[in-house]
Design a protein around this ligand. Sequence first.
Ligand code: TRH
Length: 388
Amino acid sequence: MKVQYRWDLFCHVVDNLGDIGVTWRLARQLVAEHQQQVRLFLDDFKAFSHICPQVQLRAAEQTLSGVQIVPWARQLQATPGDVVVEMFGCRLTDAFISQLGKAQIKPVWLNLEHLSAETLVDLHHLKPSPQSGGITKYFYYPGFTDKSGGLIREANLIAQRDSWQMQPTAKRIAMRTLGLPPPPDHALIVLLFSYARQRLEGWLHTMATSERPVALWVCPGPVMTAVNAWLDMQLQTGQITSRGSLTIYALPYVAQERFDELLWAADVCIVRGEDSFVRAQWAAKPFIWHIYPQEDSAHDRKLDAFLDRYLADAGTDLRDTMIHFWTAWNRGLDLAPAWLEFVDSLPALQRHALKWSRALQTQTDLASQIVQEVSQLAESRPSLTATR
Ligand code: TRH
């Protein structure tokens, strides 16, 4: 029988939605699929409300999807659980760290790192780091290989995706409930969830003058500024406007549980950060990754490392097409020529995306792996308090 531990997840929102996006997804899965007891310490409820609209911004404590959610400052009085997870190296308060050191049975302490396809991930995954107070912190690295900590993937995700895509009405119903009017017949649907980017004009113009109608679904965020500049208007959330063959929809935020449906319904997904990047791969759609810009061009190395893996068995043409468009997008270049090439290759890109997704599915998912690792680390402390 699975041991039920008390997990404390700590999420400091640096910016955007990915810090809480990854944390919330993991927290829900630990509860729903592994029957763990999860408490989430969070410092930005406003960011959370975008992906979880039912959250109360000022509640001292609330439980959603079985996860107990408390403000960050509550750690000052909290007694640590059995497992402590710092998301993305967020720093715990000294008061809480000193509680960890004082605990008679030391909690299992993990730092969940950012996702990367670089080879160093396999070397660093689960490396211990002794801390003061006689406690050890372990670095948990998500990744794409069997030696890494894996990727977040819910147990029924692929089956859900497949059955959704097989039902002709699913897309229509989903679009209606998400407030999206049906796109023009045979339209190419492009989901745009990227960071701010200049020089979208050439790309938007190419879509507006294409033979095939294009529906561009723009998620809320800074990229809307560049779209609005091209439109020469301020498109508000929920509004739609057309220029030639291009219809642009300014989407509202959708709850995280429904974000996948946007990806499943689209023909091309432009995603960013970490969580939407992974979801586009599970959606098995041709996609573009707008990588989070980092200092020292660390993002270039990460991008290349991913492309090397993703395209390892792709033919030269497909490889060139992907690299041209991804590079143009991430370097802020004119997108028009690379886009035409990308659209021409969509059937091949689609087959490749499905093949990649199927290969990744053979990996054990992150939540299952982390639960197993925690059990092993905990068992080496014979008297750890746990409910059986
Ligand atoms: O928002 P992101 O860019 O997040 C980040 C942050 O920049 C963070 O600091 C950095 O550490 C990390 O990336 C790598 O992109 P990401 O990771 O894709 O997260 C977006 C989340 O928002 C994801 O869980 C999906 C969710 N989402 C919704 O649930 N509904 C929506 O309508 C939208 C647009 C997104």
